[in-house]
Every structure is written in structure tokens, then in C-alpha cells.
Design a protein around this ligand. Structure first.
Ligand code: ADP
Ligand code: MG
Length: 318
């Protein structure tokens, strides 16, 4: 079989996308035409995944597809946005229909789950790189920003932290990678329902991509506050707890990245509302610290001494 050209690949994508009523014109013209609901703001986020940087080179195409969309939806979740549309910019080393079909399996599975329509994109030849832009809707009055943390707020996280970083550690060491940890690295769960449910409950929200302490640092900088995190309150999965000792876990949970859980702050009287939200969204929400005056993020151990790590968060140019 001859290699498909750019337009064959685009036709393959187009044949599989599902539509939404608010997509007036999707793939096929020079631009998509989309209808934003009256009274809403458009929330737009974009993230690129490069092979070997954002996923191990041996990652399955379907997992790359899932993750490329998941990390973007995670940004919408952190804004309390309802996802609607996405575009896909693909740079492929060669025209491989089989790779594309696998990629679309994962990408479109997640898109369908959140009713996100793929409305356009670009397809070029180059090193493997996937750029996705997602669009969603927020209420103009009520949305979730980084700059809204207040002194006295509790600091909370969804789910468990450190699993993805642990999978990477195992991958780099060349050892067997635990399947659960690998799944957490390859197929992060964007906390869309939690983000939507936290509108009106949480003050500041961010999704954890670079590592808890690094991302919480962004919240603190934007809100002009400090934070004190109780390291041993950070929730870990049963798998992480069984495979790594407490010292390793602290490092993975506080400094590792790729969690795509939400970190949010909320006033003390929001406890009951948060518990109800967690139950409704079927995701754990755990209080791990408090917002304080100042500008530093302090991670403290049980005896309240400060824990420091050389590596808190991933900086691409660091
Ligand atoms: P143009 O030259 O006008 O940019 P293209 O040939 O790049 O058009 O794309 C043709 C159509 O296919 C456009 O509607 C574009 O949005 C869509 N498209 C191209 N690549 C992708 C992709 N990877 N995913 C989704 N849609 C795509
Ligand atoms: Mg183009």
C-alpha cells in the first residue's frame, strides 16, 4: 500500500469525528465556525506534547492520543469550564495511517466521553509532536482562577499524587513498570466534573502538571499569599504506598509532575460542600494545607520542620 498523503490523513480524521449542534462548520474549510452560547465566555487553552519530553518514546499511539487531549482538558477543568471543541496540530515523522488510527482511538475515546468535537487542525511532516487547543465555556461571573486564594483558605487536592512520576522513575531505571502507575502516566483523568462542581465553592484552582509545590507556587504568586503544605497529608495510591517508602513518596508527590489532578483553595466553611462535591464527582478531595500570609510555599513534616527538595517541578528551560 502506498503511503497516504496529507489529505488522505485528514480524510481519515474527518471520517471519524462526531459533531455537535454548535459546530456550524467543522473540518474541511479554511476555518471552523462555532457558536458560543449567549452569556458565556469562551475559555481557550493549548498544550503541546513532544515525543521523549512529554511521553516516553515507547508510548502506545492510543495513549498518546488520550494524553494529548487529557492534558488540555485538565486546563479547562482548572478554570471550571465546560469543554466543547478542540483543534489538533499533528507533526508526524512519516505518513503512517496505522499510527494515526491508533492515536485517534485514544483521542476520540476521551473526546466522546466529554462531548468534545474536533473541529480542525493542521497536519505536517516533522518530529513527532502533537499540539491541541481546547475550547470551553465559563460563566462570566463565576469561574476559577489562580489569583483568588485567601489567607486562611484550606489547600485541597483531588485524587492521589505521585503515580505518574513514579512510573517515569521506573521507566528511566529500565525496570518493570507497574501497570497501574503506567496507566496513570499514559492516561491521566482530566477532572472536568470536579472543576465544574467547584465553581462557587473553591477560591483559586490550578491543575497539577509540573508538580504540586511548583504549581501551588503559581497560585501563591498570582494571589500574593504563601502556603503551608503538610507533606504527610498528601494522598497516595495503594500502589504507590506499597512500592515506594515514605521518603521517596514525598519526593514523588510533592515534586513529581504529570498528575493532572486539581489543587484548589477554599474557605474553612466550605468543608461540607467539598465533601458533597467529592461524593457527587466520585473523586477523593483531601485537605493538605493552609494558605498563609507571605509569599513562600513551605512543605512541612509532622514535627513542622521544613522539607526541601532539589527538584520541585519541571522547567523545560531550567
Ligand atoms: P489550510 O491549507 O487551509 O490550512 P489544510 O489543508 O491544512 O487547510 O486543512 C484542511 C482542513 O482539514 C481544515 O479544515 C483543517 O482544519 C483540517 N485539518 C487539517 N489537519 C487536521 C488535523 N490534524 N485534525 C483535524 N483537522 C485537520
Ligand atoms: Mg493547514
Amino acid at each position: 500500500m502506498s503511503r497516504p498523503g496529507e489529505f488522505d490523513l485528514i480524510a481519515r480524521i474527518r471520517a471519524r469525528v462526531s459533531q455537535r449542534k454548535d459546530v456550524i462548520l467543522g473540518i474541511g474549510d479554511d476555518a471552523a465556525l462555532l457558536k458560543v452560547p449567549a452569556g458565556k465566555l469562551l475559555a481557550v487553552a493549548t498544550d503541546t506534547l513532544n515525543s521523549g519530553v512529554h511521553f516516553p518514546v515507547d508510548t502506545a499511539p492510543a495513549d498518546i492520543g488520550w494524553k494529548a487531549l487529557a492534558v488540555n482538558l485538565s486546563d479547562l477543568a482548572a478554570m471550571g469550564a465546560q469543554p466543547a471543541w478542540c483543534t489538533l496540530s499533528l507533526s508526524l515523522p512519516d505518513s503512517d495511517a496505522c499510527w494515526l488510527d491508533g492515536f485517534l482511538d485514544g483521542f476520540l475515546e476521551l473526546a466522546k466521553h466529554h462531548d468534545v468535537a474536533l473541529v480542525g487542525g493542521d497536519t505536517t511532516r516533522g518530529p513527532l509532536s502533537i499540539g491541541v487547543t481546547v475550547h470551553g465555556f465559563v460563566d462570566p461571573e463565576e469561574n476559577l482562577r489562580r489569583n483568588a486564594a485567601k489567607v486562611g483558605d484550606g489547600i485541597w487536592v483531588t485524587g492521589t499524587l505521585g503515580d505518574a512520576a513514579a512510573a517515569l522513575v521506573q521507566w528511566k531505571s529500565g525496570h518493570h513498570i507497574d501497570p497501574f502507575l503506567r496507566q496513570r502516566l499514559d492516561r491521566p483523568t482530566p477532572r472536568i466534573e470536579a472543576g465544574l462542581a467547584l465553581v462557587g465553592v473553591a477560591h483559586a484552582v490550578i491543575d497539577i502538571s509540573d508538580g504540586l509545590l511548583a504549581d501551588l507556587g503559581h497560585v501563591c504568586a498570582a494571589s500574593a499569599v504563601g502556603a503551608e503544605v503538610d507533606l504527610d497529608a498528601i494522598p497516595s495510591s495503594i500502589t504507590l504506598t506499597s512500592m515506594f517508602d515514605a521518603g521517596q513518596r514525598r519526593y514523588l508527590m510533592a515534586g513529581g509532575g504529570d498528575d493532572y489532578e486539581l489543587c484548589f483553595t477554599a474557605p474553612p466553611d466550605a468543608r461540607l460542600a467539598i465533601a458533597a462535591t467529592a461524593e457527587r464527582c466520585d473523586v477523593a478531595m483531601t485537605r493538605i494545607g493552609v494558605i498563609v500570609e507571605g509569599e513562600r510555599v513551605r512543605a512541612v513534616l509532622e514535627d513542622r520542620s521544613e522539607w526541601t527538595s532539589q527538584h520541585v517541578g519541571y522547567d523545560h528551560f531550567g
